[in-house]
Design a binder for this molecule. Structure first.
Ligand code: G3H
Ligand code: 13P
Ligand code: ZN
Length: 331
């Protein structure tokens, strides 16, 4: 299919950038760009504030579920509003990409491209290899006609990817990556090396260590597609301080386990150029709101519990950029 430029709004007019240069820089200097999901105003404010203060490029992610929850139109206007807010911040702007997370159809990707997204993910990982290639290629052709970058996925992560739930993960087969990248023309590739979505990533008994990610698969992929940007999904660390807070203030998340920061640091130094984090943000919000409600049961002004949650989110994101992804100070 040859697509013509039919976009109603180009992301360039809105001030977003695609991920091409972001990934080139990340690959060259050995860090990963944060991709943080947002569903509401407080999360968006916190992500931008943290990334502007820590001078980090950032990928703002909107999932299909987020579009359904917050309304697709409202959410993308929030993204645009964020770019205006950015211009007013005294620290100065940082590169921001607006990205569709786990797009599952050509129509969804097209709708996002037409309405100002600078990057889309087409997740054909639940399909057969040939169907994944076909769908991804179709999205790439349309996206590239608008200078929008595309992330594909090979291998399946366990957990919920929007409505697609997979109980078991399937590691990426490195033998497929070169053919996939060549035939689809994707700009980056999400691979499965043992992470999963959500807050319960591993079953770990008392005193047991979290199993290491399959860095051997990552290395084999790097060998077969040298210099090509790799994406790591399911990369929340599920920080114990917030899990403890949740459990202390009435929650019940006893066996929550994430990816140790040390393993993410190692990944960020490799060809992994984009690290996806959603659950850690959810946990921070839940922990702080539970604490406020427990300590002030009479509180009923949402600003009094969402405000402290936003403050804590800023700290968590800034710390990730600084100490885990290595993206702080790169702008
Ligand atoms: O990959 C999953 C992301 O965390 C998005 O989650 O589909 O519940 O918005 P969601
Ligand atoms: P987490 O659930 O580990 O935050 O992963 C988020 C993600 O991969 C979004 O695409
Ligand atoms: Zn994901």
């Amino acid at each position: 299919m040859t697509a013509t430029a039919t976009a109603t709004v180009s992301y360039k007019e809105l001030g977003f950038v695609n991920t091409r240069e972001m990934f080139r820089n990340a690959m060259k200097d050995g860090y990963a760009v944060p991709a943080y999901n947002f569903n509401n105003m407080e999360q968006l404010q916190a992500i931008l504030t943290a990334c502007v203060r820590s001078r980090s490029p950032v990928i703002l992610q909107i999932s299909k579920g987020a579009r359904d929850y917050a309304n697709a139109t409202l959410l993308r206007w929030m993204g645009r509003g964020a770019m205006e807010m950015l211009k007013e911040m005294k620290e100065g702007p940082v590169p921001v990409a607006l990205h569709l997370d786990h797009g599952d159809t050509f129509e969804l990707c097209k709708s996002c491209i037409d309405s100002g997204f600078s990057s889309v993910m087409i997740d054909g990982s639940s399909k057969s290899y040939e169907d994944n290639v076909k769908l991804t290629k179709q999205v790439v052709e349309y996206a590239h006609a608008h200078d929008v970058t595309v992330e594909g996925e090979l291998g399946v992560l366990a957990g919920i990817e929007d409505e697609v739930q997979s109980e078991h993960s399937h590691y990426t087969d490195p033998a497929q990556v070169e053919d996939f990248v060549k035939r689809t023309g994707v700009d980056s590739l999400a691979i499965s090396i043992g992470t999963s979505h959500g807050a319960f990533k591993f079953k770990v008994g008392p005193g047991e260590e979290v199993p290491p990610l399959r860095f051997d698969i990552l290395e084999e992929c790097e060998r077969r597609i040298p210099g090509f940007p790799i994406v790591l999904h399911g990369a929340s660390s599920v920080l114990t301080s917030y899990i403890d807070m949740i459990n202390k203030y009435g929650g019940k998340m006893e066996n929550a386990v994430g990816v140790p920061a040390e393993q993410l640091r190692k990944a960020a130094k490799s060809a992994v150029c984009k690290i996806n984090i959603d659950s850690d943000g959810r946990l921070v919000m839940t922990a702080v709101i539970r604490k406020v409600f427990a300590e002030k049961p009479g509180e009923f002004d949402p600003r009094k519990y969402l405000g402290p949650a936003r403050d804590e989110l800023i700290k968590m994101y800034a710390d990730k950029n600084q100490t885990v992804l290595g993206s702080a100070g790169r702008v």
